[in-house]
Design a protein around this ligand. Structure first.
Ligand SMILES: [Zn+2]
Length: 301
């Protein structure tokens, strides 16, 4: 390490460079402009006090102000390095309780407290709608709140329209399986709510099913049941609503001053008072563009 020679630099320079952020970990607080180290004689040792950097003496001893033993000053900048540097001794570092850490890209996280509502995951909502007029003869799913899998039986219905449509397919099939009438009869049955499996079964058995079972299109939880056993329904009536509760949306009311921390697509971890100790993970789906004037919050699902 080079020894400082620019002992006249003084306190003014010290203040100017005190916050440039270099801590090289040896020798005392000592600003050393590189320009001043050139053109001088051989470097000579300078002693300073770690508490009083303005004290700069040519020989070791005690600080004239605080009587602490002087330490050698050092930390000359390398040649051509114009960046002024602040250096602290190990002892001074400890006394100032300075901590340093390498500069790096790191994930920042911050905990926000917010009120919110848990809501259905909108894309997973499904309604089971009647596509024909008919009667609910037997309900397989008779209570709300039950979990269903895709393809589970919901209700057995009797529908004269459906019976006619099935007979149309069977009549068309007599004219050959490739006739255009068959194709249109199949499409009609699909549109009336029969699954392809049910249509195939009809084509092989050649007997129209008087009662047809409606199945769930997707897995989830029955959140609404409007149909009751032995009731009549019309085409277009909603029979069931199903939501997938594996994934839910949380609408959070984020305060204006916390908004800087919230971004689209950001990964979030949610803890709730209802489930202490459980951590839910998710992502920010979007940040609503409009602030609620009354609550000064923005909804973030
Ligand atoms: Zn001192």
């Amino acid at each position: 390490m080079k020894r400082p020679v620019a002992v006249t630099a003084g306190l003014a320079i010290l203040l100017a460079v005190a916050f440039t952020g270099y801590f090289t970990g040896r020798s005392s607080r000592q600003p050393l402009p590189a320009t001043e180290s050139s053109g001088t004689a051989a470097p000579q040792r300078v002693y300073t006090c770690s508490m009083h950097p303005q004290v700069r003496l040519a020989q070791p001893g005690n600080c004239p102000i605080c009587e602490m033993p002087l330490i050698p000053a050092g930390g000359a900048p390398s040649a051509g390095d114009d960046v002024p540097a602040l250096t602290l001794s190990e002892q001074a570092l400890a006394m100032a309780s300075v901590e340093t850490t390498p500069v790096a890209y790191r994930e920042m996280s911050r905990a926000l407290r917010a009120v919110g509502k848990v809501a259905y995951h909108e894309p997973s909502l499904a309604t089971i709608t009647a596509r024909v007029d008919g009667y609910a003869e037997r309900l397989f799913v008779n209570v709300t709140g039950v979990d269903v899998q895709a393809g589970d039986h919901l209700v057995e219905i009797y529908s004269p329209d459906l019976l006619v449509a099935q007979q149309e397919l069977l009549i068309a099939l007599r004219g050959g399986t490739n006739s255009p009438l068959v194709a249109s009869a199949r499409i009609k049955l699909r549109n009336l709510g029969l699954t392809t499996g049910q249509i195939e079964e009809l084509a092989t058995s050649q007997t129209p099913a008087e009662r047809v079972t409606l199945q769930t299109p997707s897995a989830g939880t029955v959140i609404e049941k409007t149909i009751v056993e032995n009731s009549a329904f019309k085409a277009g009536d909603v029979l069931y609503r199903i939501a997938n509760l594996e994934q839910v949306w949380v609408y959070l009311e984020i305060y204006e001053f916390d908004l800087a921390w919230v971004r689209d697509g950001q990964a979030v971890e949610i803890t709730t008072e209802a489930y202490p100790g459980r951590l839910f993970t998710g992502t920010v789906a979007f940040v609503e563009p409009v602030l609620n004037e009354r609550t000064r919050t923005v909804r973030v699902p």
